[in-house]
Structures are given as structure tokens and as C-alpha cells.
Design a binder for this molecule. Structure first.
Ligand code: AMP
Length: 287
């Protein structure tokens, strides 16, 4: 594809996107794919940058997927800024941006669901029971359209990354999943499109989530192996912040996401808090 200033090439029709990507794949291009919901920030750009370094063609999708939102969630007010997003894609040398409408992705006759049974349970599924089914349904469809050899996901959505890896493994999908470390603000807050919802006092209060994960990491570093005690060390930090309401906090096996009474091998602290109406997630390797 030419390096002209008209990049990225924007396509909203799924069939046209698939046809173009198939043409590129047939000509031997190594395609890297970055699925997003837009309102892009430096965390998304880190995914694009990794794809740019490893692939001939970089494709980004921008689609606020209705199927991964629950009935009382923020679908209608989810932030959007396509011109800004295209600028951020251009900065990272993205070749193709796919911006479908919900009607094009889910025509009236659409009836398929893709579900990963075990990894989709617990953690975020406690408050978002249908979320991961919505994610896997759209991501499998996006994979079929994008024809990529590699797809890039952030470790910030740790359970999502594990669910996608499980889907790729179980269905033998011919795509490599690349996990990219979480990008943070200088004060530790994980970059998120939803941070825009936070008022100034809420933005300050939002730091408790990373601080609670730090406290769990410190407890493990001090030799604590009782999972409940490690979690309690993090939960105390959140309880001390009046603007924060704990959704969940867990310490799990970093690969299987399974929790045991004692920390054994590599472990991940993982949690979600409500700051006002905004739900934020984060995770950290604690052992
Ligand atoms: P989203 O637009 O929130 O669906 O995110 C699209 C992709 O960007 C997902 O794979 C996220 O995990 C990833 N992502 C979001 N925030 C960050 C971050 N702070 N650091 C790294 N990756 C991120």
C-alpha cells in the first residue's frame, strides 16, 4: 500500500474490508490487526506501534460493540471522536481503519453467539455477565474480516486477553495473539477511554485501584501467601477512599486466572472499582 498522506484508508463496509484484506494477504502481506472501540489514546497507540514494527500492513478497527454492553451500561454515552482517532492512527502509520456501523456488523438476521465457557466466568463477569460473550462474538467476526496473522490486545483488559487466547486455542484460529503491557499516566492511572468521564476529584480518587494492586504486590513481596490476606491488603486501600466503591479484587494464577487459597506460581492482582458512575479496571503482576 502506498505511503501517501491519504493513509489511513478508511472502510466501513464489512464485505469491502474483507475483500481488501484478502487481496493484501494473497499478495503475501503480513497483516497486524488492532481491534478497538475508539476514543484512542497512547495505550491503543502502543498496540499499533507493536503491529507496525512486526507487520507489513496494520489494520485498526473502531467499533463500539453493542453486544458487549449490559442494559444499564454506558453504550449510549461511550466517548467517540473519529477525526481525532484517525489522526492517532496516522501518527502510528496505520494503513487501514475499519469503522463499521452496528447494523452492518449485526444485520437483522444475525443469530450467532461465540462463548468461551470457563475463562469468561468470575472477575469482570460478576457485574458484566454477558460481556465476554459479546467480546468473543465480535472479535471472531473481526478476525474473519481482517485476515490478519497477528492481533494485538492490551494486558490492561487482562481477563479479555485470556478469553481471546482461549478462543484462539480452542478453535485453532490461524492467528497469533500478542499481549501488550498496560500504559499508565505518570501517577499510575491506567490509560482508559473511560477516564474522560471522571471529574477532577474522581480522577484523583481513581488512583486507589493501582495503589490497592501495589499494596497486594507489597504484601506478596513481604512473604504473604494467604490469598485472602493479600486481597485484604488491597481492599483496605480502596475502603479508605470515600469516592470509590469496590466491585471486585482478586489474586489469581496469571495464566489460568484461577484463584487458590495460597499464592503459588506467577500471580496477578486484578480488580474493578466504581468511581461515581464510572467503572474502572486494572491489574498487576504481584508474584
Ligand atoms: P478498547 O478500545 O478499550 O476496547 O481497547 C482496545 C484495546 O486497547 C484492548 O486490547 C485494550 O486492552 C487495549 N488498551 C486499552 N487501554 C490500554 C492501556 N492503558 N495500555 C495498553 N493497552 C490498552
Amino acid at each position: 500500500m502506498s505511503q501517501s498522506e491519504s493513509r489511513p484508508f478508511v472502510i466501513s463496509d464489512p464485505a469491502e474490508f474483507q475483500q481488501r484484506m484478502r487481496g493484501l494477504a494473497q499478495r503475501g502481506a503480513r497483516i497486524g490487526f488492532v481491534p478497538t472501540m475508539g476514543y484512542l489514546h497512547a495505550g491503543h497507540q502502543a498496540l499499533m506501534q507493536a503491529a507496525r514494527a512486526e507487520c507489513d500492513i496494520v489494520a485498526v478497527s473502531i467499533f463500539v460493540n453493542p453486544k458487549q454492553f449490559g442494559p444499564n451500561e454506558d453504550l449510549a454515552r461511550y466517548p467517540r471522536d473519529l477525526p481525532g482517532d484517525l489522526g492517532k492512527c496516522r501518527e502510528r502509520g496505520v494503513d487501514v481503519v475499519f469503522t463499521p456501523t452496528p447494523e452492518a456488523m449485526y444485520p437483522a438476521q444475525f443469530e450467532t453467539k461465540v462463548a468461551v465457557a470457563r475463562t469468561s466466568l468470575g472477575l469482570c463477569a460478576g457485574t458484566r455477565p454477558t460481556h465476554f460473550e459479546g467480546v468473543t462474538t465480535v472479535v471472531l467476526k473481526l478476525f474473519m474480516l481482517a485476515q490478519a496473522q497477528r492481533a494485538y490486545f492490551g494486558e490492561k483488559d487482562f481477563q479479555q486477553l485470556a478469553v481471546i487466547r482461549a478462543m484462539v486455542r480452542d478453535l485453532a484460529l490461524p492467528i497469533s495473539i500478542v499481549g501488550i503491557p498496560t500504559l499508565r499516566e505518570p501517577d499510575g492511572l491506567a490509560l482508559s477511554s473511560r477516564n474522560v468521564y471522571l471529574s477532577a476529584p474522581e480522577r484523583q480518587a481513581a488512583l486507589v485501584l493501582k495503589r490497592s494492586l501495589d499494596a497486594m504486590q507489597a504484601a506478596a513481596a513481604a512473604g504473604e501467601r494467604d490469598t485472602a490476606q493479600v486481597i485484604a491488603a488491597g481492599a483496605r486501600v480502596i475502603a479508605a477512599e470515600p469516592l470509590a466503591r469496590l466491585d471486585y479484587l482478586e489474586a489469581v494464577d496469571a495464566t489460568t486466572l484461577v484463584s487458590s487459597p495460597q499464592l503459588g506460581g506467577p500471580s496477578q492482582g486484578i480488580g474493578a472499582v466504581f468511581i461515581g458512575k464510572t467503572r474502572l479496571i486494572d491489574n498487576l503482576r504481584i508474584l
